[in-house]
Design a protein around this ligand. Structure first.
Ligand SMILES: [Zn+2]
Ligand SMILES: [Zn+2]
Length: 267
């Protein structure tokens, strides 16, 4: 085992998009019309010394506008497992899409960790094109700008250590400044891919998700995820409903809502 602190990692499933087909999830999907729902997650990385949140989800209002099912706001799931969202000091934002950066104001003590490239992308000329700005919500982006002005954003440019045993790494392609998170656990190095791979099938079959800025970069990011993780089985895709089948719940009460990703896979 490498040096550093080991952590527990929790996947908190806060929503679902049931009404999807394979063509929504894979470029050039062969069987494009068969149903293929996705889940929405935020992630908690914690040990006795610190708690770090990865991504902030979205709200009931946004769910309604976009036709998603929001089971819980992420802050309510945090409270369910005994974490006060107002006390979290470090929040890693994988990228600024609506389902990852949507409840920033629920985390009033937080410093937000973001790739500089992502902020430039979300506020720059690419947002003049409707197809590129569609996955963003301008209110979230403006809120992040306000956080910059109040000294609450730590920008990273590539690899960076957030805490001993927790690092971020650029994995662009789906968005320009997407970052994944590598975490040391007692089972090895786990990589939270977020949208660097929405589903297991995206990276395993080298079949990118259709919301994409750069297909080549997406493919290279799959290589990066594999290089960073202890094995392919240590990569956690950002939206795959299989995650809840493959890892045990934190406890019986949280089955289907909060599962442990630092433990070995069940399959
Ligand atoms: Zn995304
Ligand atoms: Zn997403």
């Amino acid at each position: 085992m490498a040096d550093g602190e080991a952590y527990e990692i929790l996947a908190l499933k806060y929503g679902t998009h049931a009404n999807r087909v394979r063509a929504d999830n894979f470029l050039f999907a062969d069987d494009h019309a068969s149903p293929h729902p996705i889940d929405y997650f935020v992630w908690v990385i914690r040990n006795e010394r610190r708690t770090v949140l990865v991504d902030t989800g979205f709200t009931h209002t946004e769910a309604k506008e976009r036709g998603r099912i929001l089971d819980h706001e992420p802050r309510d799931l945090l409270k369910l497992i005994g974490i006060d969202p107002e006390t979290i000091e470090n929040v890693i934002i994988s990228h600024l899409h609506f389902d990852h950066a949507g409840t920033l104001d629920h985390f009033r003590a937080a410093q937000f960790h973001l790739q500089e490239t992502e902020m430039g992308y979300a506020t720059g000329r690419c947002m003049c094109d409707e197809i590129l700005r569609r996955p963003f919500n301008v209110e979230h982006v403006c809120q992040m700008v306000r956080n910059v002005y109040s000294g609450r954003v730590q920008f990273h440019d590539g690899d960076a250590e957030i805490a001993p045993g927790i690092t971020v790494h650029q994995a662009p392609g789906h968005s320009k400044g997407l970052q994944c998170v590598r975490v040391l656990t007692n089972s090895g190095w786990v990589v939270l891919a977020a949208d660097a791979s929405h589903l297991y099938e995206n990276f395993e079959q080298r079949r990118p998700f259709p919301i994409v800025v750069d297909v080549e970069a997406t493919l290279r990011s799959y290589d990066r995820l594999e290089a960073l993780a202890s094995s392919r089985r240590h990569i956690i895709p950002g939206h795959d409903p299989l995650v809840l089948n493959r890892y045990p719940p934190l406890n019986e009460r949280t089955r289907g809502l909060v599962h442990r990703l630092d433990l070995p896979r069940l399959d």
